[in-house]
Design a protein around this ligand. Structure first.
Ligand code: HEM
Length: 407
């Protein structure tokens, strides 16, 4: 039966040829390390988000009068297994960002952003940006206290441009316009909720789907990088490659099972981190909760923003970090790839990773003067990482010349 179906498809769309070219005859380096699995885990999480999101969409109501009840009563209590899909979606958002951060750190460590993979990195960066916007717009939808106040804080951030030391009135007008536009008025109301809903359930997921497709196409076109930093010629170096299926599929499939086991452990037994108690209280614009901070995946940027005494420069600093991340393939122009072969880069990578984590942890703490100083120190280290890349590149270009251009 299955054989007949495959024959039928093969006559029409050459399915066997497609399977062979994408699976059994598609070759990848045989020394790929564990962190190379994060791309596939991100794909799995995206699928979980789409499926659970579609189910939630059937019962959620995007108007202030019903949003909170539809999320917390209809979905959680009335619909069979509604709670399960809400848990999957809420935990999935956090797992998705965690996996994407790990995937980005892997790309940085192995310098997978370098020629010929610059476009893979750039499209990945756009995915990251769209993903953050998707998380931000989804956060408002349950209309709880945290959803409301978290979004108030985020939408007020562009207004900090008014703190500019020069061209004050122009920056103030730009900042306030962006802030007003994000909120859909002076206050978050039905207009904002409707817009956030439209963006979160349709526009942004469609954009993400298209971008992920382009990202995967580009990975296939450029070939996966190598942990040792050498480009493999798949035709000549036949002893250094293995077919994608069954070698990689089996290995990554096993990791995916472990990942899903951990994911569903949280979904069934430990959801208090992903659906915090404060958000089971309906949004009240007259009652500010004592601790409002953005979600953990934005805390690093938030700490950069708040530790710098001028709001204007804080705003510029965290946006600059985002831009520098995008420009990584051009800042690091050394011909040598992979932290394994680049001791100076390795040290700066550790500094960068440690500082990013420190900023995230500081973001959860009270804004005392000592914490602000620490925040500024780690912000400076993050900038030092980006600044060091062209310098390290120049030094390494000298080394590779000594070796006769061999990289
Ligand atoms: C929805 C999010 C994403 C998905 C589903 C995804 C998926 C994938 C997959 C399946 C691969 C190939 C296997 C691997 O190296 O893991 C890959 C490679 C890659 N991705 Fe992503 N990715 C996502 C986001 C990102 C982001 C945010 C960045 C960086 C800003 C990025 C940068 C890269 C790079 C540089 C590679 C090439 C890795 C190499 O050749 O070693 N990706 N991605």
């Amino acid at each position: 039966m299955v054989q007949k179906l495959i024959d039928w498809l093969d006559e029409r769309v050459k399915i066997r040829e497609l399977y062979a070219s994408q699976m059994t005859e598609y070759k990848v380096p045989k020394n790929l390390t564990f962190p190379y699995v994060f791309g596939v885990l991100a794909l799995i999480t995206f699928a979980l988000q789409v499926i659970s999101g579609i189910i939630l969409l059937m019962y959620y109501k995007p108007v202030i009068a019903h949003a909170f009840d539809s999320a917390n009563y209809t979905i959680m209590k009335e619909i069979s297994f509604g709670w399960l899909f809400r848990h999957i979606h809420a935990a999935g958002a956090n797992f998705f960002l965690a996996i994407v951060y790990l995937h980005m750190f892997t790309g940085i460590y192995y310098n997978a952003y370098k020629k010929p993979r610059e476009l893979v990195w750039i499209v990945g960066w756009v995915i990251y940006f769209v993903l953050l916007t998707t998380a931000l717009t989804g956060y408002l939808l349950p209309w709880g206290q945290l959803s409301y106040w978290g979004t108030v804080v985020t939408t007020e951030i562009p207004a900090s441009l008014a703190d500019a030391p020069f061209l004050k009135s122009i920056f103030a007008a730009i900042g306030e316009t962006i802030s007003f536009w994000m909120k859909g008025g002076y206050k978050l109301e039905d207009l904002a909720l409707g817009r956030f809903f439209g963006l979160h359930v349709l526009f942004l997921p469609l954009v993400l789907m298209a971008l992920i497709g382009i990202h995967l196409f580009l990975v296939r076109a450029a070939g996966i990088s190598n942990p040792d930093g050498y480009e493999i010629d798949k035709k000549k170096d036949t002893d250094k490659v293995v077919p994608f299926h069954p070698y990689v599929t089996l290995k990554e499939g096993a990791v995916a099972m472990w990942y899903l086991a951990i994911f569903f452990f949280f979904v069934f037994f430990n959801m208090s981190h992903f659906l915090p108690a404060d958000n089971f209280e309906p949004a009240d614009p007259l009652k500010t909760p004592p601790h409002i901070a953005p979600e953990w995946y934005l805390l690093g940027f938030y700490e950069v923003f708040r530790s710098i005494p001028s709001k204007f420069w804080g705003f510029i600093a965290f946006n600059l970090i985002l831009v520098l991340l995008l420009l990584l393939p051009f800042l690091d122009f050394s011909p040598i790839k992979s932290a394994r072969r680049r001791p100076l880069f390795f040290i700066m990578f550790i500094v960068f990773m440690f500082s990013s984590m420190a900023l995230t942890i500081l973001g959860t703490m009270a804004p005392t003067p000592t914490n602000a100083k620490l925040g500024m120190f780690f912000t400076a280290l993050v900038f030092l990482f980006f600044l060091s890349l062209p310098i390290i590149s120049f030094i390494e270009m000298g080394w590779s010349k000594i070796k006769g251009g061999q990289t």
